[in-house]
Design a protein around this ligand. Structure first.
Ligand code: NAD
Length: 478
C-alpha cells in the first residue's frame, strides 16, 4: 500500500479528481490517499504561495503528489504553485506523452505518438529578472551541466525502459552557443552511452515546424524548459485536445502528477469536465510507484471507453460518438470496461516494474579557469557609440583596455554602422592586452575610474578562458 498526497484543487478539480480516484481504486491501485488543500482558498487566506507548511510535509513524507488543477487568483503577488513545487522539490523532468486517438478523437495527425521530456528547473524560468536602464530589462537564462546531464540521461533511460527507438534533442545552439550549446553537447556525450537508441538534433524553430506538420517522425523529444513548455502544449493540442493529456514531474526524491489543462472555472460544478487528462497523470503515477499492471488495466479500459464512443462534451462528435456523458458517468463507463482492451486502437503494454533510477550526478574535475577581461554594462543616454568609445577608452589599467562596445549584443564600436539602432544599455568589453592574466583588483580600478568619470555602471560580467578556450560570446558583427 503506497500512501500518496492528493490535492483536489479548484474549478473542475474536485470532480475530475473524484472520477480519477474512483477509476484507479476500482482497478486495484494499492494506494492510501492523504488529502491536502492547495490553491485559491489558500492564496486568498493570505498565503502567496498557495500551499501551507503542513501540506509540504505531507508531500515530502509521501514523495508522490497527485494534483488537480488550481486557480491562481488574478492580481499581483501570487506565486505559481506549479513552478514553486517543481523547484522546491527538485522535480527536474517534465514528462508528457501525447498519442492520437484517431478516429475516435479528431486530429490531423492519426499516427502521432510521442513523448516530450522537458527540463523543468532552469533556463529562463529561473525567474531572475532586472530592470537595468530606463529602456532595458533582462531575464537571465541559466543552464547548468548537472541540469543538462540529468534531463538528457532521463530521456535516454525513459526511451530504453518504454521501448522507444529514438531521442531527438531540440535546441537553438546556432544562436546561443554557450547555453543551448552546452545542452546539445551534453546530449551528444550522453547519447554515446546508448548505442541502441537512434539520436538526432533539430534546431528548435524548424524542429517545431516539423513536429506540427509531421509529428509521427518523432518518438522522444528532449528539450530546454521554455521550448518544452511551448512544444508540449502544441503536441497535446495537435494530438486531439489539451484536455486529454497528463504529465509527470519527476525528481530524485519526489514526483508530482497532474493534467496539463487548468481549472476551467466556467465548467465547474456541472459534471461536464473530461477527467481524462488527470487520469493520464494518475496512469503515469501508477507506473512510477511500481503498479504498472494497474496502470495498464486503467489505460486499456480508458481506450476502450473512447473507442466505444462514450465521450464527454469536449470531444463529442456526431457520427463518431455514441453517447454524450458527464464526468461521473464517464468514470463509471471506464470502470465497467476494466479488464477489456481496445480493438481498433493499439492496446497498451506496461512492463516497467520500478521507477527509473538514474545514477547520481558526478561533478567533473574543475577546468583551468583564467580571467581574460570584463564586460562593463553602462547606462548611458547618448546615441553616438564613438562618443562613448572615446570616454571608455580613458578607462584602462596595466592589463585591461577597451576592446569593443556592443548594444543589445551588436558591435557598435569600433567601426559600427550608423544604421544600428541603439538603446541606453551599452556593453563595454575590456580585454587583457597581452598574455598576462589581469587581477580582480584591476576590475575594481576600472569601476573606480568609471565612477570618477560619472559613468553609470549597472553591472559587470567577468570574462574567462576555460582550459584555454574563450567561454563568452563575441559581439554580433565582431
Ligand atoms: P483551462 O485549461 O482551465 O481552460 C481552457 C479551455 O479548455 C476552457 O474552454 C475549458 O473549458 C477547457 N477545458 C479545460 N480542461 C477541460 C476538461 N478537463 N474538460 C473539458 N474542457 C476542459 O485554462 P484557462 O481558462 O486559461 O485557466 C483557468 C485557470 O486555470 C486559471 O486560473 C489558470 O491559472 C489555471 N491553470 C492551472 C493549471 C494547473 O493547475 N496546472 C494549469 C493551467 C491553468
Amino acid at each position: 500500500m503506497k500512501k500518496i498526497t492528493v490535492a483536489k484543487g479548484d474549478g473542475i478539480g474536485p470532480e475530475i479528481m473524484d472520477a480519477t480516484l474512483k477509476i484507479i481504486l476500482a482497478a486495484g491501485a494499492q494506494i492510501e490517499v492523504e488529502e491536502i488543500m492547495v490553491g485559491e482558498q489558500i492564496y486568498l487566506s493570505g498565503n502567496t504561495s498557495g500551499i501551507a507548511k503542513e501540506s509540504w510535509e505531507s508531500i515530502r513524507n509521501n514523495k508522490v503528489f497527485l494534483k488537480a488543477p488550481i486557480t491562481t487568483p488574478q492580481g499581483g503577488g501570487y506565486k505559481s504553485l506549479n513552478v514553486t513545487t517543481r523547484k522546491m522539490l527538485g522535480l527536474y523532468a517534465n514528462v508528457r506523452p501525447c498519442t492520437s486517438l484517431h478516429p475516435f478523437v479528431k486530429t490531423k495527425h492519426p499516427d502521432l505518438d510521442l513523448v516530450i521530456i522537458r527540463e523543468n528547473e532552469e533556463d529562463l524560468y529561473a525567474g531572475i529578472e532586472h530592470q537595468q536602464t530606463d529602456e532595458v530589462v533582462q531575464c537571465l537564462k541559466l543552464i547548468s551541466r548537472p541540469g543538462c546531464e540529468k534531463i538528457i540521461r532521463y530521456a535516454f533511460e525513459y526511451a530504453k525502459s518504454y521501448g522507444r527507438k529514438k531521442v531527438t534533442c531540440f535546441s537553438k545552439d546556432n544562436i546561443m552557443k554557450q547555453t543551448d550549446g552546452l545542452f546539445h553537447s551534453v546530449f551528444d556525450e550522453i547519447g554515446e552511452q546508448y548505442p541502441d537508441i537512434e539520436k538526432e538534433h533539430w534546431i528548435v524553430d524548424i524542429g517545431a515546424a516539423k513536429m506540427a506538420d509531421t509529428p509521427e517522425v518523432f518518438d522522444v523529444i528532449v528539450t530546454l524548459n521554455l521550448y518544452g513548455d511551448v512544444l508540449s502544449d502544441v503536441a497535446a493540442q495537435i494530438a486531439g485536445s489539451v484536455g486529454l493529456a497528463g504529465s509527470a514531474n519527476i525528481g530524485e526524491e519526489c514526483a508530482m502528477f497532474e493534467a496539463i489543462h487548468g481549472s476551467a472555472p466556467r465548467r465547474a460544478g456541472q459534471n461536464m469536465a473530461n477527467p481524462s487528462g488527470l487520469l493520464q497523470g494518475a496512469i503515469l503515477m501508477l507506473n512510477h510507484i511500481g503498479q504498472a499492471d494497474v496502470a495498464e488495466r486503467v489505460h486499456n479500459a480508458w481506450l476502450k471507453t473512447l473507442e466505444d464512443g462514450v465521450h464527454t462534451y469536449d470531444i463529442y462528435k456526431e457520427g463518431v460518438s455514441t453517447e454524450k456523458v458527464g464526468t461521473s458517468e464517464f468514470a463509471d463507463a471506464v470502470i465497467a470496461r476494466l479488464g477489456q482492451e481496445p480493438t481498433i486502437l493499439k492496446p497498451i503494454k506496461y512492463s516497467l516494474k520500478q521507477p527509473l533510477v538514474l545514477p547520481k550526478y558526478q561533478r567533473k574535475a574543475a577546468a583551468k579557469k583564467v580571467l581574460n577581461g570584463v564586460d562593463m554594462f553602462v547606462h548611458w543616454p547618448g546615441t553616438d557609440a564613438d562618443e562613448l568609445g572615446e570616454k571608455m577608452k580613458e578607462l584602462a589599467t596595466t592589463n585591461l583596455s577597451l576592446n569593443m562596445i556592443s548594444n543589445r549584443g551588436i558591435k557598435v564600436w569600433p567601426q559600427g554602422f550608423k544604421e544600428t539602432f541603439c538603446t541606453d544599455h551599452w556593453r563595454c568589453r575590456f580585454l587583457t592586452k597581452g598574455e598576462a592574466e589581469p587581477s580582480k583588483e584591476e576590475i575594481l580600478q576600472l569601476l573606480n575610474l568609471a565612477l570618477q568619470n560619472q559613468l553609470d555602471v549597472i553591472k559587470t560580467e567577468n570574462l574567462y578562458l576555460f582550459d584555454g578556450k574563450a567561454a563568452y560570446s563575441l559581439g554580433q558583427g565582431q
